[in-house]
Design a binder for this molecule. Structure first.
Ligand SMILES: NC(=O)C1=CN([C@@H]2O[C@H](COP(=O)(O)OP(=O)(O)OC[C@H]3O[C@@H](n4cnc5c(N)ncnc54)[C@H](O)[C@@H]3O)[C@@H](O)[C@H]2O)C=CC1
Ligand SMILES: O=C(CO)COP(=O)(O)O
Length: 373
């Protein structure tokens, strides 16, 4: 189905009465997503790795480390016991760091209902295997595609925890399952659309982090809006070409999970990827930056596996390559910029820059025009 004509699931909390769901991971996004699901009327249990965090949420209605100042819903339950969290849950939302997901899946496997659907909220790839999170789920638990979903979009946790209006996309190869996920995750301030393009939805979230790192870096250097606009625009071209070569629908990359998330992450000082980039642009090393960051910045871990996949697929990603060179200390932050990636003797057409084969963009634009007519 075309993501250009995606149906919308609107908030109707009575539809979620009695729907039991679990959220695994009580960092900023897991806790915020548990609040969304709870405000949508679901019966939510949030699993926190640390018992003291579970207790603070359950008793104090707060997660002061990750969401300072936010009051959590009274009906939201929290536990550090996986079996308790997963009991009766048909939908299991995963909000842990990408590099721990495989182990977390092995830990939850004994307690999963055999009909449960696993939904990744994670925006990274596994460094050792280059797999996306939906692939890690399939690989670890041997689940069919209709039991694997993804939710992604421009979703800065703290803004949503403050109930600022937001949109997202729920994706599953089976449309009815995407609709079920979206229904569970549609609160009055959080509107969830659906599509069946898991690859595109997931890659949008992974790839925008790399472009947000680039934006942070040039921000740290002190460059202005022209540089950033060029990086965002060319970054979207890189993201789209990579995603299409991976089997994604190009329209997904111009939607909330692609362009939408790219804008939010590149603009927001709350973004951890943007912040990490800024520190590096200011001259801190990668190690110093990691020490300063108290939270997950997925982009730093995704750069190498994404470039590995790009090489396998014959895609050139000049901005992501420059980010990698800056992170590894092989390029000064001030030298990051799209102008440095265009060293051809003969200037190329804009839409085929970034290593794109000229015909690919033409076909994509024709396809987009056709799908909207
Ligand atoms: N924070 C945000 O605005 C958004 C984050 N995401 C994605 O959600 C995922 C989780 O990120 P956040 O919650 O933001 O990170 P965070 O840094 O706020 O929290 C990470 C959580 O993972 C837990 N954790 C660490 N090691 C673990 C392990 N071995 N096993 C289980 N849990 C472990 C931590 O205790 C913490 O609860 C990331 O992939 C991120 O890209 C997606 C959308 C929005
Ligand atoms: O994915 C996000 C917003 O959609 C959060 O971005 P950061 O991980 O950079 O904070």
């Amino acid at each position: 189905m075309s993501t250009g004509q995606i149906p919308v699931v609107t908030a109707n909390t009575s539809r979620n009465r009695g729907r039991k769901v679990a959220v695994i991971g009580a960092g900023s996004w897991g806790t915020t997503f548990a609040k969304i699901l709870s405000d949508a009327g679901c019966d939510v249990t949030l699993w926190a790795r640390r018992p003291e965090v579970a207790k603070e949420i359950q008793v104090g209605r707060r997660n002061s480390q990750y969401l300072p100042g936010i009051n959590l819903p009274k009906r939201l339950k929290a536990t550090s016991d996986l079996q308790t969290a997963l009991r009766g849950a048909r939908l299991v939302f995963l909000a842990v760091p990408s590099q721990t997901l495989r182990q977390n899946l092995l830990d939850i496997e004994p307690f999963l209902d055999r009909r449960s659907v696993l939904v990744s909220l994670v925006k990274g790839v596994e460094k050792t295997t280059t797999m996306r999170m939906s692939e890690v789920i399939a690989d670890t638990l041997d689940l069919d595609p209709e039991r694997i979903g993804v939710v992604s979009g421009p979703n800065i946790a703290l803004e949503i925890a403050k109930e600022q209006p937001t949109g997202a996309v729920a994706s599953c190869a089976e449309l009815s399952v995407a609709q079920e996920i979206a229904t569970a995750a549609s609160a009055p301030y959080f509107r969830t659309y659906v599509n069946t393009d898991v690859t595109g939805t997931e890659l949008g979230g992974v790839l925008k982090n790399l472009i947000a790192l680039a934006i942070g870096i040039v921000d740290g250097v002190g460059y202005g809006e022209n540089t950033k606009a060029a990086i965002i625009t060319r970054g979207l071209a890189e993201m789209t070409e990579f995603a299409v070569a991976s089997g994604a629908d190009p329209v997904t990359l111009s939607g909330l999970a692609g362009l939408g998330d790219l804008i939010a992450t590149c603009q927001s000082p709350l973004s951890r990827n943007n912040t990490a980039g800024r520190l590096i642009g200011q001259g801190y090393t990668q190690e110093e930056t990691k020490e300063q960051m108290q939270q997950v910045a997925e982009g730093i871990t995704s750069v190498a596996p994404v470039l590995e996949l790009a090489r396998e697929r014959g895609i050139v990603m000049p901005i992501v390559e420059q980010v990698e060179m800056v992170l590894s200390g092989r390029m000064a932050p001030k030298n990051l910029g799209p102008h440095l990636a265009t060293e051809d003797d003969v200037p190329r057409a804009e839409l085929s820059l970034g290593g794109g084969k000229p015909g690919r963009w033409r076909r994509m634009l024709d396809w987009m025009k056709g799908s909207n007519s």
